[in-house]
Design a protein around this ligand. Sequence first.
Ligand SMILES: Nc1ncnc2c1ncn2[C@@H]1O[C@H](COP(=O)(O)OS(=O)(=O)O)[C@@H](OP(=O)(O)O)[C@H]1O
Ligand SMILES: [Mg+2]
Ligand SMILES: [Mg+2]
Ligand SMILES: [Mg+2]
Length: 370
Amino acid sequence: MNFGVRRILGVLTRSYTTMSTRPFALERQLGLSAVRRACALTSSVFNKLVKNETLTKGDKSPVTVGDYAAQALISIMLKNSFPADPIVGEEDAAELRAEEGKVLRDRIIDLANEALIAPLVEGDKAEWGIGPGQTKTTAELLDAIDRGNYDGGRTGRMWTIDPIDGTKGFLRGEQYAVCISLLVDAQVQLGIIGCPNLPVDASKPDGERGCIFVAVRGQGCQQIALSGSSETKLTMPTFTPSTLNFLESVEALHSSHSTTDTISSILGITRPPIRMDSQAKYGCLARGDGGLYLRMPTGVGYREKIWDHAPGSLLVEEAGGVVTDSRGQPLDFGLGRTLGENFGVVAAGKDVHAAVLDAVQQATGVKAKV
Ligand SMILES: Nc1ncnc2c1ncn2[C@@H]1O[C@H](COP(=O)(O)OS(=O)(=O)O)[C@@H](OP(=O)(O)O)[C@H]1O
Ligand SMILES: [Mg+2]
Ligand SMILES: [Mg+2]
Ligand SMILES: [Mg+2]
């Protein structure tokens, strides 16, 4: 064996050994594999989506065949390796089990099975129940969707799945994200967010698209292009008011744009906000595309869901940022499926977070909790 080949094998073996002995190494590797497959699934759904493949849920939000199929796929993969872990997932299969759901159901089963049997790529393992021949029955896949019905809580391990976060962005062909996290005793230990439509490099908006952000507590935050496997470590840069800009929701119903305008003026921010759907905002913040993510309640009594913030909050913390609610309290993921009373989300770099919180409290009248 020549020296070059030996050296490459040595590096691969070393990095595998280092990875495999780190906490949550298997969860990270399997989670990345599941999110990659779900990103491929949802991208292909978008290209073929037909009008009657979207339902409107009780809360008037949309859900597509892509949301259901991606939740089924991820849940099956998690069950295979971590059968005892409960899942807090956004979707449930009730509508699909009804007779009227048959057409949608058949399409979802086909999509989930296509994603399960797709050839193995680097990092995948057949023992995870993926690859040629690994199809599941309709009953198994519907049950997999319904495994996301865990009520959450303060103790033990649990996963969150948001199979398509920013479904409205997905339907517009804009930003959306496939998001999973692992919590242990209500603390996020692993967060993975796949963003199929996000430019790999924000300074090249017309360049390559598709990236995954991943963070394990204490192991930093990394970005991986969907087309490859090399990892870039992310660290949030330092901002001043003249270079700072907001990342915020596209939908004014989800986050109050007028409150962020007021906060902008208090802080002397002159740059316009970057509006983007989904937890792609947290990934962008972690890599420094904007300096601040604000989600201000719109006063309709909405309760934020844990799957919309658990993975993203860890990305930002591991890239050197701080995430709190508008009273300066850490987000509490141990209250069930929601964050409880909604006091908004303030995510920013360490150097600006305190000033931002102060401005948020001036603008909203919310008092810091001591
Ligand atoms: N009223 C209200 N207030 C706050 N948040 C809400 C509200 N209604 C829905 N949602 C949740 O918003 C999730 C999408 O968040 P985004 O940041 O992508 O919002 S936006 O689409 O950019 O507006 C969206 O996630 P998905 O359903 O996964 O798309 C919802 O969980
Ligand atoms: Mg939804
Ligand atoms: Mg969501
Ligand atoms: Mg969703």
